[in-house]
Design a binder for this molecule. Structure first.
Ligand SMILES: *Cc1c(COP(=O)(O)O)cnc(C)c1O
Length: 403
């Protein structure tokens, strides 16, 4: 028995079946390369769902984490420590000042903090929230209540949070559903889990306008889109729009768990002492990793790199002529291959067989979100193999249909 199949069997026996049993057991990585438990090598084009922005084993993260773990790994929020303050200052500067940060440990917790923050800031007559259909904000009850993917939300309701869903990007529907009784609008600039689906141009500016007109808070979930993924620090910056609350997680820690809820303007000081907390939030090791990530993105010019390599990837995908490939969408190093048939799972599987990790994010879309350090050469290797992968996916789909 191979090490992978052994691990998968033990996984199935000892872990809850929330994820099924993942097909591959990863063992270690270096840069954009990862290896499975049987020693097979892969080019990582998904980065643990847009998380490992510097790839694997980046010396800046390794050094920062090792140093901090050796000096002081945990303080709790009973004590101040320098890394947390530094990281908050950096994030405040990156959003353009006049803001404060609450640190959590994950994306869903960042959104839970945002939910409480906007509730605290709202006048008593405000009682409902508006979010986007097919949106994703996390799996804990508050974030789940705001999540527009019905299949994952409905079995666990009701949540005690009144939420109205409107189609993502539809400003008329938003205008109809937001009034002076609305606490906040929660939305993503690009819906990651729905398949890297961008909103129409001008959407964020429209949300800003509707929130300004009604006094509802504008909460922008940049948990997946933030930290350089689209070629800007945050996707909203490219549109020149400032939300009231910004949530971050995935790429921020470069693989270490950390989330952040950033309150801008009057939302910086809306929480009162005792309103919220987290034992691990702002953990020194996670903050040290995040500081290393931000330093490296800045020092190595990774925002510009992401734009250049992302555009190159898009161009090469557009130039590819294959019956299963309808096109691509997204920005920066965050793309979806649009398929002409619902064979994404086959594409993911056949890509892995040939040494490429991609993600079947929906039945007809394959998500690509590689480390931001990926090179044009590595992209080239993938593009060269892609026609063969798509051929094999089509063949596998045909075979499945026949059996
Ligand atoms: C991943 C994600 C979340 C949830 O983050 P977790 O760390 O898994 O809790 C929330 N919102 C968006 C947009 C995400 O992509």
């Amino acid at each position: 028995m191979t090490s992978s199949s052994d691990l998968r069997e033990r996984f199935a026996a000892s872990l809850m079946p929330t994820y099924g049993v993942p097909p591959i057991a990863l063992s270690h990585g270096r840069g954009c390369e990862v290896y499975d438990a049987d020693g097979r090598q892969y080019l990582d084009l998904i980065a643990g769902i847009a998380v490992s922005v510097l790839g694997h084993g980046h010396p800046a993260v390794v050094t920062a984490v090792a140093r901090q773990a050796a000096v002081l790994a945990h303080t709790s929020n009973l004590f101040v420590h320098e890394r947390e303050v530094e990281l908050a200052e950096r994030l405040v500067a990156l959003v353009g000042g006049d803001a404060k940060v609450f640190f959590a440990n994950s994306g869903t917790e960042a959104n839970e903090a945002a939910l409480k923050l906007v509730k605290r800031a709202a006048s008593p007559g405000r009682h409902y929230y508006v979010a986007s259909s097919k949106g994703f904000h996390g799996r804990t009850s508050g974030s789940l209540a705001l999540t527009g993917k019905d299949a994952i939300r409905e079995p666990f309701g009701p949540f005690g949070t009144e939420v109205r869903f409107v189609p993502h990007g539809d400003l008329d529907a938003l205008r109809e559903n937001v009034d002076e009784h609305c606490v906040a609008v929660f939305t993503e600039p690009v819906q990651g889990e729905a398949g890297v689906v961008p909103a129409p141009e001008g959407y964020l500016a429209g949300v800003r306008e509707i929130c300004d007109a009604t006094g509802a808070a504008f909460v922008l979930d940049e948990i997946q889109s933030g930290i350089g993924r689209t070629g800007a620090w945050f996707a909203h910056q490219a549109e020149g729009v400032r939300p009231d609350v910004l949530t971050l997680a995935k790429g921020l820690g470069g693989g270490l768990p950390i989330g952040a809820c950033v309150g801008l303007g009057r939302y910086a000081d809306a929480f009162r002492k005792g309103d919220h907390g987290s034992t691990f939030g702002g953990n020194p090791v996670a903050c040290a990793a995040a500081l290393a990530v931000l330093d490296t993105i800045e020092g190595e010019g990774l925002l510009a790199h992401t734009t250049v390599v992302g555009d190159l990837l898009a161009e090469q995908l557009e130039a590819l002529d294959h019956p299963l490939l309808a096109g691509q969408r997204g920005s920066g190093l965050w793309r979806a291959l649009e398929l002409t048939a619902p064979h994404a799972a086959h594409v993911q599987e056949q890509a892995a067989v040939r040494g490429f990790l991609v993600n079947a994010v929906t039945p007809d879309a394959v998500r690509i979100a590689p480390p931001l350090v990926i090179t044009p050469e590595e992209i080239g290797v993938f593009i060269e193999a892609l026609p063969t992968v798509l051929d094999a996916a089509e063949a596998a789909a045909t075979k499945e249909k026949q059996s």
